[in-house]
Design a protein around this ligand. Structure first.
Ligand code: ATP
Ligand code: MG
Length: 411
């Protein structure tokens, strides 16, 4: 029978891959907590309407990338392509719209039917932060600072650049949208098939196109700057001021958009040049209209999501974890005593292992193979005296230690 492979676009994380993945998630979780964020764990699949409604029937994600299916009861379900919609759905379902702000961190798998390539998978993972409730630009700055601190704690802040933009308020965006439609209509001959469809439904999305020809047209497209209302310009000014106070470096990039209608004001991305076309590691913005789309009251919110796989690829080498302690019994009576020693070491938080069989020579070979830092050799004569031989496997040094002192010596 032929061996089965993982499904296309999915990966097994084992050894170094798993270590990097966990380092990203653990670090993010720790930093997010310092910002007062609580972790929410929402379902991996949702009623399809959670995404169909909120991602907009027109977005690329909904149109082409969703894993939707009917379950045995006939419900239309979708594996979540992102988690902001799920968090907003949970906010409303759990009656939390009157208990604001809610400051949320999440981590978990997402699913998109995409063409797999380096940094782009069908099951991938995101970490994310959402500040739900505050309308002030200080919240935008704070959530961005949280993202920057996570990148810094991972040692990759130097590899990324923060690009920010404003999408203005509704009035700014309406005026800008008209200018974009006029411009793209005049250049429709040069646009890709996909972007012609976007021109009808969601012209802002064209600015985000990865198509070469589209990009040439986009280079000359009108900027929102000329269409910003006074209030929107003031909001953007405040954001930049607060970022300065948080010590967050940024560049302005007027081409950054989030293509969905409920996004406004702040849009930002942390990008790197090290991952080719998959250069965006963290992306976010303000989505004041989303909770309302989910059936809640109008609720301001701002957040971001970051790709764990892309961050894991940027990480510097994982420092080697200290090796385990190998417990090596010699003879049958010692095998029973070895279990007590193992249990005591583990209670003290020490990584300890024993081979399941073998003579002294075999067990010592195995201790070396697993990179053990020390071996505790339990001979019957020594056990009778309440001691063991502790051998440092790096230096080769060996000494007699009382059983009761082992954990303290190895801690
Ligand atoms: P891209 O432009 O690369 O397709 P996106 O705009 O679709 O990204 P978002 O929906 O903003 O991405 O998701 C936030 C982050 O999640 C991205 O910046 C990226 O790091 C990561 N991400 C998105 N899609 C994938 C994927 N298929 N595989 C791995 N990571 C992904
Ligand atoms: Mg995408």
């Amino acid at each position: 029978m032929s061996a089965l492979q993982p499904a296309r676009g999915t990966r097994d994380l084992i050894g170094e891959d798993a270590a990097r993945h966990l380092r990203v998630v653990d670090t993010a979780r720790r930093i997010a907590a310092t910002y007062g964020l609580d972790e929410w764990i929402t379902p991996v699949f949702e009623d399809t309407r959670v995404f169909a409604r909120t991602l907009g029937e027109t977005s690329d994600v909904v149109m082409k990338e969703m894993y939707s299916f009917q379950d045995r009861g006939g419900e239309s379900l979708t594996l979540r392509p992102e988690n902001t919609a799920g968090v907003c759905r949970a906010l409303v379902s759990n009656g939390l719209t009157q208990s604001l702000p809610q400051k949320v961190f999440y981590a978990g798998p997402m699913f998109r039917y995409e063409r797999p390539q380096k940094g782009r998978y069908r099951q991938f993972h995101q970490i994310g932060a959402e500040l739900i409730g505050p309308a002030e630009p200080l919240a935008d700055a704070e959530v961005i600072a949280c993202g920057r601190d996570i990148l810094a704690a991972l040692g990759v802040a130097g590899e990324t650049v923060l690009e920010i933009n404003t999408l203005g308020d509704r009035d700014s965006r309406a005026a800008w949208r008209d200018a974009l439609v006029a411009y793209f209509t005049a250049h429709r001959g040069a646009l890709s098939e996909d972007s012609l469809a976007r021109l009808e439904r969601n012209p802002l999305r064209i600015l985000d196109s990865k198509d070469e020809a589209d990009r040439r047209v986009v280079a000359g497209a009108p900027l929102i700057e000329a269409h910003l209302t006074e209030a929107a310009a003031a909001f953007y000014g405040k954001l930049k001021q607060h970022l300065g106070q948080f010590g967050v470096a940024f560049v302005e990039n007027p081409r950054i958009v989030r293509g969905l209608d409920y996004y406004g004001h702040t849009a930002f991305e942390f990008v790197t040049t090290r991952l080719g076309a998959q250069g965006t590691v963290m992306a976010g913005g303000r989505y004041d209209g989303l909770v309302e789309e989910m059936g809640g009251p109008p609720t301001p919110a701002v957040g971001w999501a970051a790709g764990v796989e892309r961050l894991a690829m940027l990480l510097p080498e994982t420092p080697a974890a200290p090796g385990p302690v190998a417990v090596v019994p010699v003879g049958e009576a010692a095998e029973a005593a070895a279990l007590d020693v193992l249990a005591a070491l583990r209670r003290a938080g020490i990584r300890a292992e024993t081979a399941y069989r073998g003579n002294l020579k075999r067990r010592m070979e195995r201790a070396n193979r697993i990179g053990a830092r020390a071996a505790i050799i339990l001979g019957e004569a020594e056990l009778a005296r309440g001691v063991a031989q502790l051998k440092d496997l790096r230096s080769g040094e060996q000494q007699e230690v009382a059983l009761a002192d082992l954990a303290a010596r190895l801690a």
